[in-house]
Structure formats: structure tokens, C-alpha cells
Design a binder for this molecule. Structure first.
Ligand code: TYM
Length: 325
């Protein structure tokens, strides 16, 4: 049997460069590899764990599917689907919650971060976030998960649940590993922390045009252009140079920074162009896809059918092994 891959992105707004470089690029790489069967979803149920707008949710979900297609995910090679269209994920999550302690979930750094961010929204769904994510992955018995480094604590929980289930009930869940890309941690354009949809001014969207990219890159905080140590916004800038123009370019600029000095206006102009060159074909495909809603509907419908078949088998097996007959 082919090894399986699963990944997902929440429908919290347009995809940004962090999602693209940390997750989508890995998804694309694994889609190309014939050794793997790839399942990629929109995590709409996880979207409900933080404040959201019920009137725009379904459009946001669709937007992620369109972004997937525009970026090169291909329904002939990958199963593209919406998490809530496969309700078996919820059933398995409940069964998994019986082998997961509350204490463990409360101590996860990802949970604590969300509690700080949304103190009014500390719900059972938020506490249960990693258990549902374990279910998303293990329901397909996926062994590889292309996600950014911030998701590592959730993968650890997934491995723990797999072990517990295998020990207690004799299931054969794999212990999934993260598939890392070069962009596993994309810094914020503010020079502090990571690029994130919830931090204004921190991100570049996949749909941004060249003038917007230029103005966002121009805002990365820099210094006089010369020094002995590369930190803060300058480091962020150098990381983007490496990701979009290559390591050699970065090393060259860093050498200059430490000797004669650099001119940021030129570096930023060139970088913005390089980013746009990568995004332009994605934006063109997106415009085409928006003209063909029936095609997008079909992808979503057929994806759910394919995913459900696999998910139902796993749930039937787990129910049987847990004594639910
Ligand atoms: P979400 O929507 O928060 O993030 C989607 C993906 O983008 C990556 N990412 C980043 N990577 C690098 N640098 C950044 N600054 C950056 N910001 C975001 C995230 O690591 C993630 O890969 N819990 C998941 C959604 C999910 C899921 C799953 C993923 C639900 N079930 C099962 C994999 C498998 C999440 O946080 O999505």
C-alpha cells in the first residue's frame, strides 16, 4: 500500500506567504512523489475554534480550495476536500478524546497562546483542537504531514494518541512525522515573531499585486545598512532574500553588510520583484478558476466522496476494536 500524506489549512482568510512556504510547497512536493497518496483539506471545523463570521465562512473555505488549485494542487493526483464534509473526523476525534488527558491539552504551548489571544473564547472546541487534528491525520493513517514548525506540538499529540490507541486497542496507526520545507518558519514583516494572519502588517497574501508587495517589503524595519551582527528586520529581509533569490544572494549581501554596507532600497525592490514573479502565475490561475465555479464545485464534491470512503473504513475498524458493536 502507498504511504499516505495529509495536511490542512484553516479558512481564516486569504493564504499568506507563511502558509504557502511552510505548508503548500511541501504539499506540492509530496503530490509529485508517486510513492505517496496525498489528502489535502480545508480545516473548516478548526476555523470554528476562534471567532469567525458565519456569513462568510463558506466563501472562505472555497477560497482555500481555489488557492490550492491555483498553487498547483491537482485533483487528479490529490484528494482535495473540506473537513466537515467528512463527519467521520468528528466521530474518531471523540473516540480519541477517551485516551487524551485534559492536563496534557491544557499545557500545550499552542493552546496557551490562543488563550492569551482570545481570553473570552476558551472553549471545549479549542481544548480539543489537537485531538481533532490527530483524527484528521490518523483517519487516513497518514505517516507524513507537510506543515510549518508551529504545528510540531500537535504532531506530538498525534503520535501519542496513535501509540495509546495501538497499545490499548490493537489498532495499526502510524506515528506521523512532519514534512519540513525550507520555509518552515516564515518571520513577520514587522521584524518580530512569525508571519500570521492575525497580526496586521506581518504578512503578504498570495493575492497581493506588485505595488502592494513593494509597499509591504518597504516597511520591513531596517538600519543604517552596515554592522557586525544581522538581527531583527534585517535578518527577516535576508531570510526572504534567501527564500526567493537563493542562498548565494543572501551570503553576498551579508558580506557587504559587514564590510562596505548595503542599500536597502535596491535590495527591497529586487526582492519584491522576485516574490511577485513566484506569485503571478498563481494569481493568473486563480482568475481562471474564479470563472469556472462548476469545476470548483465538482472538485469539492468528488474530494469528499473519495476521502469519506477511506475515513469510513478506519472508523468502522476503530469502533469494532473499541467494543462498539
Ligand atoms: P493554519 O491555518 O493555522 O496554518 C496553515 C499552515 O500554514 C503554516 N504556517 C506557517 N508556516 C511557516 N511560517 C509561518 N509564519 C506560518 N504560518 C502558518 C502552518 O504551520 C500550517 O501548516 N492546525 C493547522 C490546520 C490543520 C491541520 C490538520 C494541518 C487542521 N488539521 C491536520 C495538518 C494536518 C493550522 O494551524 O492551520
Amino acid at each position: 500500500m502507498k504511504k499516505r500524506v495529509l495536511s490542512g489549512i484553516r479558512a481564516t482568510g486569504r493564504l499568506h506567504l507563511g502558509n504557502y512556504l511552510g505548508a503548500v510547497k511541501g504539499m506540492l512536493e509530496l503530490q509529485k512523489n508517486p510513492e505517496y497518496e496525498t489528502f489535502y483539506m480545508v480545516a473548516d471545523l478548526h476555523t470554528l475554534t476562534t471567532p469567525y463570521d458565519k456569513n462568510t465562512l463558506s466563501q472562505s473555505v472555497r477560497d482555500v480550495i481555489i488557492d490550492y488549485l491555483a498553487a498547483g494542487l491537482d485533483p487528479k493526483k490529490s484528494v482535495l476536500f473540506v473537513q466537515s464534509h467528512v463527519p467521520e473526523h468528528l466521530e474518531l476525534a471523540y473516540l480519541f478524546s477517551t485516551v487524551t488527558t485534559v492536563a496534557k491539552m491544557q499545557h500545550l504551548p499552542t493552546f496557551k497562546e490562543k488563550v492569551k489571544q482570545y481570553p473570552e473564547n476558551v472553549t471545549m472546541a479549542l481544548l480539543n483542537y489537537p485531538v481533532l487534528m490527530a483524527s484528521d491525520i490518523l483517519i487516513y493513517k497518514a505517516s507524513l504531514v507537510p506543515v510549518g514548525i508551529d504545528q510540531e506540538p500537535h504532531l506530538e499529540v498525534t503520535r501519542e494518541i496513535a501509540r495509546r490507541m495501538n497499545q490499548e486497542y490493537g489498532t495499526d496507526f502510524p506515528e506521523p512525522k512532519r514534512f519540513a520545507t525550507k520555509g518552515e518558519y516564515i518571520p513577520s514583516l514587522t521584524g518580530e515573531g512569525k508571519m500570521s494572519k492575525t497580526v496586521e502588517g506581518s504578512y503578504i497574501n498570495l493575492t497581493d499585486d506588485l505595488p502592494i508587495i513593494k509597499s509591504k517589503i518597504a516597511k520591513i524595519p531596517t538600519d543604517a545598512g552596515k554592522g557586525s551582527e544581522i538581527v531583527g528586520g534585517v535578518k527577516t529581509l535576508m531570510e526572504f532574500v534567501e527564500l526567493f533569490e537563493g542562498l548565494e544572494e543572501r551570503e553576498g549581501l551579508e558580506r557587504l553588510y559587514k564590510t562596505t554596507g548595503v542599500r536597502y532600497s535596491e535590495i527591497k525592490e529586487k526582492l519584491a520583484g522576485a516574490i511577485y514573479r513566484e506569485l503571478e502565475p498563481i494569481q493568473k490561475r486563480r482568475a481562471e478558476l474564479e470563472k469556472d465555479p462548476e469545476y470548483v464545485d465538482r472538485v469539492i464534491r468528488e474530494g469528499a466522496e473519495k476521502a469519506r470512503k477511506v475515513a469510513q473504513e478506519t472508523v468502522a475498524e476503530v469502533r469494532e476494536k473499541m467494543g462498539l458493536r
